[in-house]
Write a protein that binds this ligand. Sequence first.
Ligand code: BYC
Length: 326
Amino acid sequence: MYTQMVEVVGEQNGETAQERHFQARIDAGETIEAKDWMPEGYRKTLIRQISQHAHSEIVGQLPEANWITRAPTLRRKAILLAKVQDEAGHGLYLYGAAETLGVSRSQLVDDLLAGKAKYSSIFNYPTLTWADMGTIGWLVDGAAIMNQIPLCRCSYGPYARAMIRICKEESFHQRQGFEIMTILSHGTSAQRAMAQDALNRWWWPSLMMFGPPDAESPHTAQSKRWKIKLLTNDELRQRFIDQTAPQADYLGLKIPDPALRWNASAGHYDFGQIDWAEFYNVIKGNGPCNRDRMRARRAAHDDGAWVRAAAIEYAQKRKAEEASAA
Ligand code: BYC
Protein backbone atom coordinates (compact mmCIF):
# COMPACT_ATOMS: atom_id res chain seq x y z
CA MET A 1 0.00 0.00 0.00
CA TYR A 2 1.23 3.54 -0.83
CA THR A 3 1.28 4.73 2.74
CA GLN A 4 3.48 1.84 3.84
CA MET A 5 6.17 2.98 1.43
CA VAL A 6 6.44 6.40 3.06
CA GLU A 7 9.62 7.11 4.93
CA VAL A 8 8.75 7.57 8.61
CA VAL A 9 11.89 9.17 10.01
CA GLY A 10 13.51 12.62 9.75
CA GLU A 11 12.15 16.11 9.05
CA GLN A 12 11.76 17.73 5.60
CA ASN A 13 10.41 21.18 4.64
CA GLY A 14 9.44 21.83 8.26
CA GLU A 15 7.25 18.69 8.35
CA THR A 16 7.99 15.74 10.59
CA ALA A 17 8.01 12.24 9.18
CA GLN A 18 4.75 11.56 11.02
CA GLU A 19 3.12 14.59 9.40
CA ARG A 20 4.34 13.53 5.94
CA HIS A 21 3.00 10.04 6.51
CA PHE A 22 -0.35 11.52 7.57
CA GLN A 23 -0.49 13.74 4.47
CA ALA A 24 0.36 10.74 2.29
CA ARG A 25 -2.61 8.88 3.75
CA ILE A 26 -4.86 11.86 2.97
CA ASP A 27 -3.44 12.16 -0.57
CA ALA A 28 -4.07 8.45 -1.11
CA GLY A 29 -7.73 8.99 -0.23
CA GLU A 30 -7.63 7.08 3.06
CA THR A 31 -10.11 7.89 5.79
CA ILE A 32 -8.72 9.09 9.13
CA GLU A 33 -10.36 7.51 12.17
CA ALA A 34 -10.58 8.76 15.75
CA LYS A 35 -7.74 6.64 17.15
CA ASP A 36 -5.33 7.35 14.28
CA TRP A 37 -2.44 9.76 14.82
CA MET A 38 -3.25 13.21 13.45
CA PRO A 39 -1.51 16.62 13.55
CA GLU A 40 -2.79 18.91 16.28
CA GLY A 41 -3.83 21.47 13.64
CA TYR A 42 -6.00 18.88 11.88
CA ARG A 43 -7.69 17.97 15.16
CA LYS A 44 -8.26 21.63 16.07
CA THR A 45 -9.60 22.52 12.62
CA LEU A 46 -12.07 19.66 12.78
CA ILE A 47 -13.20 20.54 16.30
CA ARG A 48 -13.72 24.15 15.19
CA GLN A 49 -15.65 23.28 12.04
CA ILE A 50 -17.70 20.36 13.39
CA SER A 51 -18.66 22.23 16.56
CA GLN A 52 -19.60 25.35 14.59
CA HIS A 53 -21.68 23.09 12.39
CA ALA A 54 -23.35 21.45 15.43
CA HIS A 55 -24.10 24.84 17.01
CA SER A 56 -25.61 25.98 13.69
CA GLU A 57 -28.00 23.04 13.69
CA ILE A 58 -29.07 23.74 17.27
CA VAL A 59 -29.42 27.52 16.92
CA GLY A 60 -30.92 26.91 13.47
CA GLN A 61 -34.01 25.43 15.10
CA LEU A 62 -35.01 28.81 16.47
CA PRO A 63 -36.06 30.76 13.35
CA GLU A 64 -38.37 27.96 12.20
CA ALA A 65 -39.62 26.99 15.66
CA ASN A 66 -41.04 30.52 15.70
CA TRP A 67 -43.70 29.36 13.16
CA ILE A 68 -44.70 25.93 14.51
CA THR A 69 -47.71 27.30 16.38
CA ARG A 70 -48.73 29.41 13.37
CA ALA A 71 -48.36 26.87 10.56
CA PRO A 72 -51.34 27.26 8.21
CA THR A 73 -52.51 23.61 8.28
CA LEU A 74 -52.08 20.50 10.42
CA ARG A 75 -50.01 18.89 7.62
CA ARG A 76 -47.68 21.90 7.48
CA LYS A 77 -47.36 21.89 11.27
CA ALA A 78 -46.42 18.19 11.31
CA ILE A 79 -43.80 18.71 8.58
CA LEU A 80 -42.29 21.76 10.27
CA LEU A 81 -42.20 20.02 13.64
CA ALA A 82 -40.41 17.01 12.09
CA LYS A 83 -37.93 19.30 10.35
CA VAL A 84 -37.06 21.21 13.51
CA GLN A 85 -36.63 17.92 15.40
CA ASP A 86 -34.33 16.69 12.62
CA GLU A 87 -32.12 19.76 13.16
CA ALA A 88 -31.78 18.87 16.84
CA GLY A 89 -30.76 15.35 15.80
CA HIS A 90 -28.16 16.74 13.39
CA GLY A 91 -26.69 18.81 16.20
CA LEU A 92 -26.41 15.70 18.36
CA TYR A 93 -24.71 13.54 15.69
CA LEU A 94 -22.27 16.38 15.10
CA TYR A 95 -21.47 16.90 18.79
CA GLY A 96 -20.89 13.12 18.87
CA ALA A 97 -18.49 13.37 15.90
CA ALA A 98 -16.62 16.24 17.62
CA GLU A 99 -16.35 14.22 20.86
CA THR A 100 -14.36 11.52 19.00
CA LEU A 101 -11.61 14.18 18.75
CA GLY A 102 -11.22 14.34 22.52
CA VAL A 103 -13.37 17.33 23.44
CA SER A 104 -16.50 17.11 25.59
CA ARG A 105 -19.93 18.22 24.47
CA SER A 106 -20.33 20.30 27.63
CA GLN A 107 -17.13 22.19 26.79
CA LEU A 108 -18.41 22.88 23.26
CA VAL A 109 -21.78 24.07 24.54
CA ASP A 110 -20.07 26.28 27.14
CA ASP A 111 -18.01 27.87 24.34
CA LEU A 112 -21.17 28.64 22.38
CA LEU A 113 -22.97 30.11 25.39
CA ALA A 114 -19.92 32.20 26.32
CA GLY A 115 -19.92 33.65 22.79
CA LYS A 116 -16.50 32.08 22.00
CA ALA A 117 -17.74 29.70 19.30
CA LYS A 118 -19.46 30.71 16.09
CA TYR A 119 -22.61 29.39 14.44
CA SER A 120 -23.85 30.10 10.92
CA SER A 121 -24.55 33.75 10.14
CA ILE A 122 -27.85 32.83 8.46
CA PHE A 123 -29.65 32.13 11.72
CA ASN A 124 -29.31 35.73 12.87
CA TYR A 125 -32.08 36.92 10.55
CA PRO A 126 -35.75 37.08 11.59
CA THR A 127 -38.57 34.91 10.20
CA LEU A 128 -41.29 37.47 9.51
CA THR A 129 -43.88 35.57 7.44
CA TRP A 130 -44.93 32.02 6.59
CA ALA A 131 -43.10 32.38 3.25
CA ASP A 132 -39.87 32.47 5.26
CA MET A 133 -40.47 28.78 6.07
CA GLY A 134 -40.54 28.04 2.35
CA THR A 135 -37.50 30.19 1.65
CA ILE A 136 -35.44 28.69 4.47
CA GLY A 137 -36.12 25.17 3.17
CA TRP A 138 -35.48 26.15 -0.45
CA LEU A 139 -32.43 28.40 0.00
CA VAL A 140 -30.93 27.74 3.44
CA ASP A 141 -31.29 23.96 3.33
CA GLY A 142 -30.40 24.10 -0.38
CA ALA A 143 -27.15 25.93 0.43
CA ALA A 144 -26.50 23.57 3.34
CA ILE A 145 -26.82 20.52 1.04
CA MET A 146 -24.50 22.09 -1.54
CA ASN A 147 -21.89 22.55 1.19
CA GLN A 148 -22.52 19.22 2.93
CA ILE A 149 -22.59 16.70 0.05
CA PRO A 150 -18.81 17.07 -0.42
CA LEU A 151 -18.36 16.74 3.37
CA CYS A 152 -19.73 13.16 3.07
CA ARG A 153 -16.36 12.40 1.38
CA CYS A 154 -14.17 14.44 3.72
CA SER A 155 -11.08 12.81 5.21
CA TYR A 156 -12.34 12.39 8.78
CA GLY A 157 -14.48 9.25 9.01
CA PRO A 158 -16.85 10.14 11.90
CA TYR A 159 -17.69 13.53 10.33
CA ALA A 160 -18.14 12.06 6.84
CA ARG A 161 -20.46 9.32 8.13
CA ALA A 162 -22.58 11.77 10.15
CA MET A 163 -22.96 13.89 7.02
CA ILE A 164 -24.43 11.05 4.97
CA ARG A 165 -27.52 10.76 7.14
CA ILE A 166 -27.77 14.53 7.62
CA CYS A 167 -27.75 15.11 3.85
CA LYS A 168 -30.62 12.65 3.32
CA GLU A 169 -32.71 14.58 5.84
CA GLU A 170 -31.65 17.97 4.44
CA SER A 171 -32.90 16.84 1.06
CA PHE A 172 -36.41 16.33 2.49
CA HIS A 173 -36.12 19.77 4.15
CA GLN A 174 -35.19 21.42 0.87
CA ARG A 175 -38.10 19.79 -0.98
CA GLN A 176 -40.71 20.75 1.59
CA GLY A 177 -39.45 24.36 1.36
CA PHE A 178 -39.59 24.35 -2.42
CA GLU A 179 -43.11 22.91 -2.26
CA ILE A 180 -44.22 25.77 0.02
CA MET A 181 -42.70 28.25 -2.45
CA THR A 182 -44.41 26.53 -5.41
CA ILE A 183 -47.80 26.83 -3.74
CA LEU A 184 -47.30 30.45 -2.66
CA SER A 185 -45.87 31.59 -5.99
CA HIS A 186 -48.82 30.06 -7.86
CA GLY A 187 -51.33 31.39 -5.33
CA THR A 188 -53.08 34.73 -4.84
CA SER A 189 -51.30 37.99 -5.56
CA ALA A 190 -50.82 38.48 -1.81
CA GLN A 191 -49.19 35.04 -1.54
CA ARG A 192 -46.92 35.75 -4.52
CA ALA A 193 -45.90 39.07 -2.96
CA MET A 194 -45.14 37.32 0.33
CA ALA A 195 -42.96 34.73 -1.50
CA GLN A 196 -41.08 37.48 -3.39
CA ASP A 197 -40.53 39.48 -0.21
CA ALA A 198 -39.07 36.42 1.54
CA LEU A 199 -36.74 35.74 -1.40
CA ASN A 200 -35.64 39.41 -1.35
CA ARG A 201 -34.68 39.15 2.33
CA TRP A 202 -33.03 35.69 2.31
CA TRP A 203 -31.13 35.67 -1.00
CA TRP A 204 -27.99 37.58 0.00
CA PRO A 205 -27.67 36.07 3.51
CA SER A 206 -27.94 32.60 1.88
CA LEU A 207 -24.95 33.38 -0.34
CA MET A 208 -23.00 34.45 2.76
CA MET A 209 -23.52 30.99 4.31
CA PHE A 210 -20.66 29.70 2.14
CA GLY A 211 -18.22 31.92 4.02
CA PRO A 212 -15.91 34.75 2.93
CA PRO A 213 -14.43 34.91 -0.59
CA ASP A 214 -11.54 32.47 -1.08
CA ALA A 215 -9.04 35.33 -1.14
CA GLU A 216 -10.15 36.31 2.40
CA SER A 217 -10.68 32.82 3.83
CA PRO A 218 -7.89 32.05 6.30
CA HIS A 219 -8.70 28.33 6.59
CA THR A 220 -9.55 27.13 3.09
CA ALA A 221 -6.07 26.34 1.73
CA GLN A 222 -5.04 24.12 4.64
CA SER A 223 -8.48 22.53 4.96
CA LYS A 224 -8.37 21.61 1.28
CA ARG A 225 -4.92 20.09 1.67
CA TRP A 226 -6.25 17.95 4.51
CA LYS A 227 -9.41 17.17 2.50
CA ILE A 228 -11.61 18.53 5.27
CA LYS A 229 -12.93 20.84 2.54
CA LEU A 230 -13.11 19.37 -0.96
CA LEU A 231 -14.36 22.56 -2.61
CA THR A 232 -13.70 26.21 -1.79
CA ASN A 233 -16.26 28.73 -0.52
CA ASP A 234 -16.45 30.48 -3.91
CA GLU A 235 -16.78 27.22 -5.86
CA LEU A 236 -19.70 26.10 -3.72
CA ARG A 237 -21.36 29.53 -3.84
CA GLN A 238 -21.18 29.54 -7.66
CA ARG A 239 -22.67 26.03 -7.85
CA PHE A 240 -25.51 27.11 -5.58
CA ILE A 241 -26.30 30.16 -7.71
CA ASP A 242 -26.17 28.09 -10.90
CA GLN A 243 -28.58 25.58 -9.41
CA THR A 244 -30.96 28.07 -7.80
CA ALA A 245 -31.41 30.73 -10.51
CA PRO A 246 -33.43 28.41 -12.82
CA GLN A 247 -35.54 27.32 -9.81
CA ALA A 248 -36.48 30.97 -9.19
CA ASP A 249 -37.47 31.25 -12.87
CA TYR A 250 -39.67 28.17 -12.50
CA LEU A 251 -41.37 29.80 -9.50
CA GLY A 252 -41.81 33.05 -11.42
CA LEU A 253 -39.88 34.91 -8.71
CA LYS A 254 -37.13 37.45 -9.25
CA ILE A 255 -33.77 37.06 -7.52
CA PRO A 256 -32.93 40.51 -6.07
CA ASP A 257 -29.69 40.94 -8.01
CA PRO A 258 -29.73 43.15 -11.13
CA ALA A 259 -26.32 41.78 -12.15
CA LEU A 260 -27.49 38.15 -12.21
CA ARG A 261 -27.33 36.77 -15.74
CA TRP A 262 -26.33 33.60 -17.54
CA ASN A 263 -22.83 33.80 -18.97
CA ALA A 264 -22.77 31.23 -21.78
CA SER A 265 -19.03 31.43 -22.38
CA ALA A 266 -18.25 30.83 -18.69
CA GLY A 267 -21.04 28.26 -18.33
CA HIS A 268 -22.12 29.97 -15.10
CA TYR A 269 -24.31 32.78 -13.84
CA ASP A 270 -22.57 36.10 -13.23
CA PHE A 271 -23.75 37.78 -10.05
CA GLY A 272 -23.43 41.08 -8.18
CA GLN A 273 -21.35 42.17 -5.19
CA ILE A 274 -22.07 40.54 -1.85
CA ASP A 275 -22.11 42.96 1.07
CA TRP A 276 -19.22 41.47 3.04
CA ALA A 277 -19.38 44.28 5.61
CA GLU A 278 -22.83 42.94 6.56
CA PHE A 279 -21.46 39.39 6.84
CA TYR A 280 -18.59 40.40 9.14
CA ASN A 281 -20.95 42.50 11.22
CA VAL A 282 -23.30 39.52 11.69
CA ILE A 283 -20.53 37.08 12.65
CA LYS A 284 -19.21 39.60 15.17
CA GLY A 285 -22.55 39.37 16.96
CA ASN A 286 -24.32 42.43 15.54
CA GLY A 287 -26.88 40.89 13.20
CA PRO A 288 -30.61 41.53 13.64
CA CYS A 289 -31.19 38.51 15.93
CA ASN A 290 -27.81 37.52 17.43
CA ARG A 291 -28.74 38.65 20.93
CA ASP A 292 -32.17 36.96 20.81
CA ARG A 293 -30.66 33.70 19.60
CA MET A 294 -28.08 33.58 22.38
CA ARG A 295 -30.66 34.57 24.99
CA ALA A 296 -32.89 31.71 23.83
CA ARG A 297 -30.03 29.17 23.93
CA ARG A 298 -28.92 30.28 27.41
CA ALA A 299 -32.49 30.03 28.70
CA ALA A 300 -32.86 26.53 27.19
CA HIS A 301 -29.57 25.50 28.80
CA ASP A 302 -30.65 26.79 32.21
CA ASP A 303 -34.08 25.16 31.92
CA GLY A 304 -32.41 21.85 31.08
CA ALA A 305 -30.08 21.88 34.13
CA TRP A 306 -32.34 19.52 36.10
CA VAL A 307 -32.40 17.01 33.22
CA ARG A 308 -28.59 16.91 33.06
CA ALA A 309 -28.38 16.58 36.86
CA ALA A 310 -30.95 13.73 36.83
CA ALA A 311 -29.12 11.93 33.99
CA ILE A 312 -25.78 12.10 35.85
CA GLU A 313 -27.42 10.91 39.07
CA TYR A 314 -29.07 7.99 37.25
CA ALA A 315 -25.82 6.99 35.50
CA GLN A 316 -23.99 6.98 38.86
CA LYS A 317 -26.76 4.89 40.45
CA ARG A 318 -26.57 2.33 37.61
CA LYS A 319 -22.79 2.20 37.90
CA ALA A 320 -22.98 1.61 41.65
CA GLU A 321 -25.61 -1.13 41.15
CA GLU A 322 -23.48 -2.84 38.51
CA ALA A 323 -20.41 -2.64 40.79
CA SER A 324 -22.25 -4.20 43.75
CA ALA A 325 -23.70 -6.97 41.53
CA ALA A 326 -20.25 -7.87 40.14
N1 BYC B 1 -21.32 32.03 9.48
O1 BYC B 1 -11.71 30.55 6.47
P1 BYC B 1 -13.21 30.38 6.47
C1 BYC B 1 -28.16 23.93 8.51
C2 BYC B 1 -16.22 32.00 9.81
S1 BYC B 1 -26.84 24.41 9.45
C3 BYC B 1 -20.54 32.21 10.55
O2 BYC B 1 -13.83 30.26 5.13
P2 BYC B 1 -13.87 27.62 7.08
C4 BYC B 1 -29.51 24.18 8.99
C5 BYC B 1 -15.35 30.75 9.98
O3 BYC B 1 -15.85 29.91 10.99
C6 BYC B 1 -25.48 24.24 8.35
N2 BYC B 1 -19.19 32.14 10.52
O4 BYC B 1 -13.60 29.14 7.42
C7 BYC B 1 -29.83 24.13 10.33
C8 BYC B 1 -14.02 31.40 10.32
O5 BYC B 1 -14.05 31.87 11.67
P3 BYC B 1 -13.10 31.23 12.85
C9 BYC B 1 -24.23 24.89 8.79
C10 BYC B 1 -18.64 31.87 9.33
O6 BYC B 1 -14.24 26.95 8.35
C11 BYC B 1 -31.11 24.44 10.76
C12 BYC B 1 -14.02 32.64 9.47
O7 BYC B 1 -15.38 32.95 9.20
N3 BYC B 1 -23.21 24.34 7.94
O8 BYC B 1 -27.95 23.39 7.48
O9 BYC B 1 -12.76 27.04 6.30
C13 BYC B 1 -32.12 24.79 9.85
C14 BYC B 1 -13.25 32.47 8.17
O10 BYC B 1 -13.91 31.57 7.25
C15 BYC B 1 -19.39 31.63 8.18
C16 BYC B 1 -21.94 24.21 8.32
O11 BYC B 1 -21.55 24.58 9.38
C17 BYC B 1 -20.78 31.74 8.27
N4 BYC B 1 -21.61 31.56 7.23
O12 BYC B 1 -15.16 27.66 6.11
C18 BYC B 1 -31.81 24.81 8.49
C19 BYC B 1 -21.03 23.52 7.30
N5 BYC B 1 -18.56 31.38 7.15
O13 BYC B 1 -13.63 29.83 13.07
C20 BYC B 1 -30.53 24.47 8.04
C21 BYC B 1 -19.69 23.14 7.83
C22 BYC B 1 -17.31 31.46 7.64
O14 BYC B 1 -11.69 31.23 12.32
N6 BYC B 1 -18.76 24.23 7.83
N7 BYC B 1 -17.35 31.75 8.95
O15 BYC B 1 -13.32 32.13 14.04
C23 BYC B 1 -18.06 24.59 6.71
O16 BYC B 1 -18.21 24.04 5.63
C24 BYC B 1 -17.05 25.70 6.87
O17 BYC B 1 -16.76 25.85 8.25
C25 BYC B 1 -17.51 27.07 6.26
C26 BYC B 1 -16.41 28.12 6.58
C27 BYC B 1 -17.64 26.94 4.75
C28 BYC B 1 -18.82 27.53 6.88
